[in-house]
Design a protein around this ligand. Structure first.
Ligand code: SAM
Length: 261
């Protein structure tokens, strides 16, 4: 199959990956099934079947990435720890275990602490030669009063006067971002989204801005609504991806069925 960029292929992830050329991708943002049984596609017979599936797409995906590429993988903290362990088998470089803190998350356990996070593993193929635009993903300082004071007079640190950066602080590895379903409330009510687990635009923007440059090719396996591809397009990056269920995809994306090109 001769794949074209800026398209989402309606295909099974394994068929799609078989067709993708090696060393083609600059950045992969992968939001796969978590085995939380939120839909048929997220329901595996058992953890072992889920891990076989996960290990298979990971091992097929890695050769598709360029030597200076980066990749992000979403999952539950528990599964992310297992995936991290699996990635020890490959020549890849761990960068961050990002915690997505979902302040608005709903979980009512009284038998353990409530689960309010998802995890994102951030890796690069090379240990030194990769894109990381730290300046483009600064976030606002929290203590506005102290910062306002420091902006005028600076703060004495190790004998030097420090002035806050007008674009905010460097982005840490805990991301407090409202989930997309809570952002899309109508009259204060959560409405059923077109896809059960759309990732927040703001979060995808952060990954793409930090780990790619204009014109780079972003891989969007398990596209879902196509949020990663939509953001890539808006930020002047190319994208290519696959999704098994065409009904989920945003209608503005170019979709290609199965083996058409
Ligand atoms: C967690 S969702 C991705 C959501 C997406 N990040 C978004 O923001 O909309 C995972 C997606 O993978 C798709 N999927 C599951 N198994 C697949 C497979 N074997 N091949 C291709 N897509 C698959 C599901 O239909 C689902 O839409």
């Amino acid at each position: 199959m001769n794949l074209k960029t800026n398209r989402i292929y309606i295909a099974d992830v394994f068929d799609f990956l078989e067709s993708l050329p090696n060393n083609a991708i600059d950045l992969a943002i992968i939001d796969p099934p978590y085995n939380l049984k939120i839909a048929t596609w997220d329901s595996f017979k058992n953890q072992s079947e889920f891990l076989d599936f996960t290990y298979k797409w990971i091992s097929l995906m890695l050769p598709k990435l360029k030597q200076n590429a980066s990749f992000y993988i979403f999952n539950t903290p528990y599964n992310a720890a297992i995936i991290l362990n699996y990635l020890l088998n490959f020549n890849v470089n761990f960068q961050n275990f990002i915690c997505w803190y979902k302040k608005d998350g709903l979980s009512y356990s009284k038998k353990r602490f409530n689960s309010n996070q998802e995890s994102i593993l951030f890796y690069t193929m090379d240990s030194k030669n990769y894109t990381f635009n730290a300046e483009s993903v600064r976030i606002p300082y929290q203590s506005t009063q102290r910062i306002a004071h420091a902006q005028e007079k600076g703060i004495l640190k190790n004998g030097k006067r420090w002035f806050p950066n007008k674009n905010g602080k460097l982005c840490p590895d805990v991301w407090e971002i409202t989930s997309q379903r809570h952002k899309s409330k109508i009259n204060g009510k959560v409405v059923k989204p077109p896809h059960p687990s759309i990732k927040p635009r703001e979060m995808i923007e952060r990954m793409i801005k930090a780990s790619s440059n204009e014109g780079d090719l972003v891989l969007d396996l398990f596209s879902g609504s196509g949020m990663t591809s939509l953001v890539a397009r808006d930020l002047g990056r190319d994208f290519i991806g696959c999704e098994i269920n065409a009904d989920y995809l945003d209608s503005s994306l170019s979709v290609v069925k199965g083996s058409e090109t």
